[in-house]
Design a protein around this ligand. Sequence first.
Ligand code: FAD
Length: 436
Amino acid sequence: RPTIVLFTRDLRVRDHPALAAAARVGGPVVPLFVLDRAVRERSARNRLSYLGDALRDLREELRRLGGDLVVRSGDTVDETMRVAAATGAARVHLSFDVSAFAARRAERLREAAADRRMEVAEFPGVTVVPPGEAVPTGGDHYKVFTPYWRAWESREWRAPERAPKRLELPSGLDAGSVPKRLADSGTGPLSPRRQSGGETEARRRMAAWLDADCADYEHTHDDLAADATSRLSADLRFGCLSPLELALAAREHPACGPFVRQLAWRDFHHQVCAAFPDLAHRDYRERDIAWRSDDSGFAAWCEGRTGVPVVDAGMRQLLDEGFMHNRARLITAAFLTKRLRVHWKRGGDHFHAVLSDGDIADNYGNWQWVAGTGNDTRPNRSFNLLRQSRRFDPDGAYIRRHVPELAEAAGTEVHAPWRAEQPPTGYPSPLLDEDG
Ligand code: FAD
């Protein structure tokens, strides 16, 4: 009897433990993706655009192996059960995932499958080290990164899986189609310079990164204008790349150590989210902060019109590309939560509505970290915006790239145009007194 492999955000055929195990069972395999109504409605259009590319690419890859991707729309559990009834499937395989939605989905799937005497098996693949595998003495989860990193690094990782050699699809099954204009629905803008997706492209990006750029990461990753980070975050978010395969390959390059450490940060936030699934909604560490509503300040921040160039550059990069440099994410999030005192949840929701790599664990975990309600051991860290701007964009090239009103700003005035004798026309004055 067939095995259904329910793809979610693991859109690849290489190092896919759930798929590899299904192929090992023998018999037909039904690779299934359900465009879940609930997910689709609240997904960023940039992510839906990436998802469309990734599904088309996955279908090609599966066809090359003799299979296909079966696509359905509706509720994931209902549709999976419908396909199970049509094919007489004996089991469902899927990758273990951490968000509250994913946990509920797995639970509902298990309940529905039990009624049909089907097995549900969850596999690793979304992180390098599965949540729950690296745990502190006394159990639970790691709340601080450095001890997690030590445990993460010293663990023996599983061996990556090869893509199956051949897949057999049950006959008579309508494969369904990937909607052409998936990104017509969803939230946020469709960014003109958003990233395209899929395993083929992700592997090309990974190879280029490991061959050439990863070695300089330690020295260039914070340089805003150099734009010298991997840009693999959306590929990891959708599982078009196996994080394990990437970490193993990067570990082979001695100079890539700092990059591998960032992959551990990703796993860290995932194990936090697995233990605290409300990460997107509630303070991880409750703190008494006097948040302000400041709707007009929030709107100016979203539009990149705060009058603080480095903040505006980051916010405009986000709208233009569906991506923002990590250093700019830190600066813009600190500006919103520490200067304007607007709640981290509003900022996190805006990011989540635009980012191609928007991910519950990484997005809200980082927002809470910046806001001081998360896993930072120094939650009251002070953050000098102008110092950050001069340090990480010394020539102002990042600002000039994203804020055309400042393209001609002279010298260092680009960081603080309100100090210029003749402030540039068309650029707002700062919302707050940045010299005070
Ligand atoms: P690189 O510097 O090349 O890093 C390699 C990979 O490591 C990234 O692709 C990512 O998977 C992981 N990584 C790096 N830094 C972090 C980090 N601090 N936390 C978790 N993982 C990390 N990352 C997301 O993938 N999705 C998000 O929704 C997201 N939201 C964020 C919100 C805020 C406020 C902040 C401060 C950071 C956020 N990050 C998020 C983390 C980080 O900014 C991005 O992963 C990174 O900028 C992506 O670019 P890159 O792939 O070129 O990163």
